[in-house]
Write a protein of this length. Sequence first.
Length: 419
Amino acid sequence: MEKADVFAMALEQLDSAARLLKLDANTHRVLAHAERALTVALPVVMDDGHIEVFEGHRVQHSSARGPCKGGIRFHQNVTLDEVTALSMWMTWKCATVNIPYGGGKGGVKVDPTKLSKDEIRHLTRRYTVAIMPIIGPHSDIPAPDVNTSAETMGWIMDTVSMFRGSTVLDIVTGKSIELGGSLGRREATGRGVMFNTIELLKRLDKDPAKTRVVVQGFGNVGSVSADLLQKRGCKIIAVSDVSGAYYNPAGLPISDMIRYCSTSKNRLLEGFDAPGISKVSNAELLELDTDILVPAALEKQITIENADRIKAYAIVEGANGPTTPEAERLLVSKGKYVVPDILANSGGVVVSYFEWVQSIQSFFWTEEEVNKNLERVIENAFAAVWDLARREKQDLRNGAMMIAVDRVAKAVQSRGIWP
Ligand code: GLU
């Protein structure tokens, strides 16, 4: 399937929620469009002296409930279509967990593994200046996403600060602690995945100690999800990254694997070995005999091509958009649960919100306070989604989307259409 389908997938999810909510056609039409999309060309002088021009985007889907919020990704497959879909998902995500933001997303089409650190820094600074007219602490606040990190956020914050002539801490979230970042932000998305998984297991009366988990992706989301789920007693039987998938039905040594990646080339698991581990393909990983599957990589990993072979009884979406609507319908019809991305991976943006609040107040919380507040937000959001889904006899995505779309629709309606 084509990358160009990702926004169509987001629209299909919106249509489904709109139908269930009996949303009026006018509001539906407004929500189906992104408010603003900026595409920029980014010339960068490469280390060998030649000039490369990269394409970047920043899309703001909705500011109805507050400033747009969402990450920036660096990936060779970035397209405007993809960034638009991701920005719409951010709107629903912030509304599902009820934090006062709309949705935005940014992306640069680049394979960062092919660039030196200097080249990436120059690209980041150039991209920041190019999108500066539309970002701001009260209009649109970027954060990390695929292949970007606290270091990238530091460069963005510094670039904006140089132009403004004073330090602007609240322009981005996901910064390092030294630059006003929040304790617990780096782990927050994975921690949220863990909380969501535990909430689901509770509802299904399952014991974490008897639960096997497969995680696709071993970046910031996948590695922390695996680590924290293991600490809660689950057995992590397989993980993967672009170097392949690592499988041991007896359980993997996740902390060793995380330590290995901290010094390995491109932070990949490539070359990692331990007793009992066999290598399988990424496709095989998704179809392993497991209880829970956490796709924590990219979009459209679970499609109508492989959905029928998925053995997990529950999928907890660490990534954004890993399951196509068609595949999801099939999984749900077989009695499986899909904890949707807009709930499952919302921990990152929730702690981004905490970071933004702390930056604005220049008053910083302890890690314990951050984690406790995150747990409370996720528990409440999960309960609301679960209860609504049961009441309406819907799957969890429709449950979450009904809550989210209703909140955004009410904001649009109470503001009225300008002028
Ligand atoms: N990129 C993350 C996401 O997709 C975090 C966004 C944020 O913190 O603003 O949810």
